[in-house]
Design a protein around this ligand. Structure first.
Ligand code: C2O
Length: 571
C-alpha cells in the first residue's frame, strides 16, 4: 500500500470511528471450572474456581461486542453461570439461572454462553447461579464504551475492579445444606474480602492476605466496585478520601460525592477517587462493614484494604485507622446515600422512563415460615420450632426440576409452572406493623405471563414478618427505573405524586428499604423467562423469588430464538 489511503480505506476508517456503526467484535473466553486449594485466615481448603483463580478472571468487552464463554464443568457439582446485569436481548438461553433458563451442567458437561452486550456500559459481573456456588465462582465483567466514545467524565488515570466478598472457613455448600435441614438461619461468614483478601483486621491474615491499591499523588482512579458477598449489604469508605459515584449497574448516573457508600449484593458502582497531592499519611485504610436489620446473626466484622501512596510495612498497615462507618443498622445513612442516585439523563444517554403503565403489580417481599414437619434432633431451628421460609406475595418459589424457559419454548407448561402468580397479596395486613399471627407461606412455581412490550410497574413492599429488613431485589433480563421509594406501607393515592419520571436511576438490583417500599418500571420487550429474586442467597434459598414469562412479539426480531444445540439436558 502506498502512503495515500484509497477511498475505500477512508470510508472504512470513517465507519470505524463512528460509534454505533460498528458491529462490535467477538470476544472469546474459556472457563474451566476446577477445584483449587486456597488459604485464608489459616484455613486451607479446596474451593470451586474458574481456571484455578479466586476471585475468577476478569472479562472485558466493549459495548456492542459479542461474548462467547466456553464453560467446562470439571468439578463434582452441578453448575451454571449468570452474567449479572447483562440484558440478554433475545439471548435468554445464555442468562444462566439454574432451572429457569437452563438445566445445570452436570460434572463433565460443557456449555457455550453466547450473547451480545448492547446498550450498557460500566461494570457488571459474572457468577455461578446454582445453590451457593457463587461464593467463590465470580469475577468482574467490564464493559468499555465503543472505541472512540469517551466517558461522560474525565478519563481516569487507572481503573481497578474491586470485588467485595465473603469468606467462609466452612464449605458454603455445607452451610446452606445444614440450614435447610434444621430450618434455622445459616452460619455466617468469617470475613469480608477485597478481591478475595480479608486484610489485617482478622486473626491469621497477613500481608499476603491484604489487598493494596497503590496510588500516585494527584491521579484519579476509578474503582469498579462489585458486591459479590452472599448475604450482606455493605458500607464502604476510604479514610480521608471523598468518592464520586459515576455509574451504577452499568448505567451512568449524575456524578455525586459521598464519603460512605452502601452497596448491596448484586449491585455494582463505578466511583472516582482522586489521590491527594500532599497526602497526610503514606497509606490509608479502605473499609467495609455490614448493613443489616436482621433479627438473626450476621457477620459483624470490618474488613480493611490499603490505599498506598508509598510502600508500607505490614506493622504500619495493621495500625491504620479505619474510616468511620455507620452503625450496622443505620437505615438513615442508607436512605441518605440511596436518595442521591439519578440517571445521567443526557442527550447522549437519555433516561427512557416508561411514562404510562399497562400493568401494576404490588409485591410483598419478606420472610415467613414453614411448619417443622421433619425435625432434626426433635426440633426445627426457625422461629417457634418452625422452618424459615421467604416469599413474594406469600408465594415461596419452588425450583422446578426442568428449565422454565425450555418448557415455555415448547409450550409445555403442565406440571412445570402455573401462570397465576398473584399481582397483589391475597391477604392484606399492616405490612410494616405488627406481623400477623399466621406467618406460614404457600409454595409454587408460579409466574406472571406478560404480553410483549407491556409497560410494567412493580411496587416492592417489605414486610415485618420475622423482622423488617432490607432486600436487594434483582431482575434478570432488564434494567428498570426506580421511580419512587418510601417508608411504611405504600399508599398509591399519595405516593405516586412523588414519583420521579424525569431522571430516576436505572439499575438491575435495588434494595427494598427496611420497613419501606420501592417502585420500579420496565417495558417487557425481551422475550423469555426472567427470574426476579432477593440477592441475599439465604433468602433466595428460602424461596424469595418469582419469574416473569415474557411472550414473543409479532415481529421476527421479537421472538425467542431456538435453544443452542448444546444446552444441558434436564434428564
Ligand atoms: Cu446475580 Cu439471579 O443473580
Amino acid at each position: 500500500m502506498g502512503m495515500r489511503m484509497g477511498m475505500g480505506g477512508l470510508l472504512l476508517a470513517f465507519l470505524l470511528a463512528m460509534p454505533g456503526l460498528t458491529a462490535g467484535l467477538t470476544r472469546r473466553y474459556t472457563f474451566n471450572v476446577t477445584m483449587a486449594t486456597v488459604t485464608r485466615l489459616c484455613t486451607t481448603k479446596s474451593i470451586p474456581t474458574v481456571n484455578g483463580r479466586f476471585p475468577g478472571p476478569r472479562i472485558t468487552v466493549r459495548e456492542g461486542d459479542r461474548l462467547i464463554v466456553n464453560v467446562h464443568n470439571k468439578i463434582n457439582n452441578n453448575v451454571t453461570f449468570h452474567w449479572h446485569g447483562v440484558r440478554q436481548l433475545r439471548s435468554a438461553w445464555a442468562d444462566g439461572p439454574a432451572y429457569i433458563t437452563q438445566c445445570p451442567m452436570r460434572p463433565g458437561q460443557s456449555y457455550v454462553y453466547n450473547f451480545r452486550v448492547v446498550g450498557q456500559r460500566g461494570t457488571l459481573w459474572w457468577h455461578a447461579h446454582f445453590s451457593w456456588l457463587r461464593a467463590t465462582l465470580h469475577g468482574p465483567l467490564v464493559i468499555l464504551p465503543p472505541r472512540g466514545v469517551p466517558y461522560p467524565f474525565p478519563k481516569p488515570y487507572r481503573e481497578v475492579p474491586l470485588m467485595l466478598g465473603e469468606w467462609f472457613n466452612a464449605d458454603p455448600e455445607a452451610v446452606i445444606k445444614q440450614a435447610l435441614q434444621t430450618g434455622g438461619g445459616p452460619n455466617v461468614s468469617d470475613a469480608y474480602t477485597f478481591n478475595g483478601l480479608p486484610g489485617p483486621t482478622y486473626n491469621c491474615s497477613g500481608a499476603n492476605g491484604t489487598f493494596k491499591l497503590k496510588v500516585k499523588p494527584g491521579r484519579t482512579y476509578m474503582l469498579r466496585l462489585i458486591n459479590a458477598a452472599l448475604n450482606d449489604e455493605l458500607f464502604f469508605a476510604v479514610a480521608n478520601h471523598t468518592l464520586t459515584v459515576v455509574q451504577a449497574d452499568a448505567s451512568y448516573v449524575k456524578p455525586f460525592a459521598a464519603t460512605t457508600l452502601v452497596i448491596s449484593p448484586g449491585q455494582t458502582m463505578d466511583v472516582l477517587l482522586t489521590a491527594a497531592t500532599n497526602p497526610s499519611s503514606a497509606a490509608f485504610a479502605i473499609a467495609v462493614a455490614p448493613y443489616t436489620n436482621t433479627v438473626g446473626t450476621f457477620d459483624n466484622t470490618t474488613a480493611t484494604a490499603v490505599l498506598e501512596y508509598a510502600p508500607q510495612r505490614f506493622a504500619a498497615i495493621r495500625n491504620l485507622p479505619a474510616p468511620p462507618l455507620p452503625r450496622y443498622n443505620d437505615t438513615g445513612a442508607v436512605t441518605n446515600f440511596s436518595s442521591k442516585f439519578r440517571s445521567l439523563a443526557s442527550a447522549q444517554y437519555p433516561a427512557r422512563v416508561p411514562l404510562s403503565v399497562d400493568r401494576h403489580f404490588f409485591f410483598t417481599v419478606g420472610l415467613g415460615a414453614d411448619p417443622c414437619q421433619s425435625p432434626v434432633n426433635g426440633t426445627c431451628q426457625g422461629p417457634n420450632n418452625t422452618r424459615f421460609a421467604a416469599s413474594i406475595n406469600n408465594v415461596s418459589f419452588v425450583m422446578p426440576k426442568t428449565s422454565l424457559l425450555q418448557a415455555h419454548y415448547q409450550r409445555r407448561y403442565n406440571g412445570v409452572l402455573a401462570a397465576n402468580f398473584p399481582a397483589a397479596p391475597l391477604r392484606k395486613f399492616n405490612y410494616t406493623g405488627t406481623a400477623p399471627n399466621n406467618t406460614f407461606v404457600t409454595h409454587g412455581t408460579r409466574v406472571v405471563p406478560l404480553a410483549f412490550n407491556t409497560s410494567v410497574e412493580v411496587v416492592l413492599q417489605d414486610t415485618s414478618i420475622q423482622g423488617a429488613e432490607s432486600h436487594p431485589l434483582h431482575l434478570h433480563g432488564y434494567d428498570f427505573h426506580v421511580v419512587g421509594t418510601g417508608f411504611g406501607n405504600y399508599d398509591a393515592a399519595n405516593d405516586t405524586a412523588g414519583y420521579n419520571l424525569v431522571d430516576p436511576v436505572q439499575r438491575n438490583t435495588i434494595s427494598v428499604p427496611t420497613a419501606g417500599w420501592v417502585a420500579i418500571r420496565f417495558v417487557a420487550n425481551n422475550p423469555g423467562v426472567w427470574i426476579m429474586h432477593c440477592h441475599l442467597d439465604v433468602h433466595l434459598s428460602w424461596g424469595l423469588s418469582m419469574a416473569w414469562l415474557v411472550n414473543d412479539g409479532p415481529l421476527p426480531n421479537q421472538k425467542l430464538p431456538p435453544p443452542p444445540s448444546d444446552i444441558p439436558s434436564c434428564s
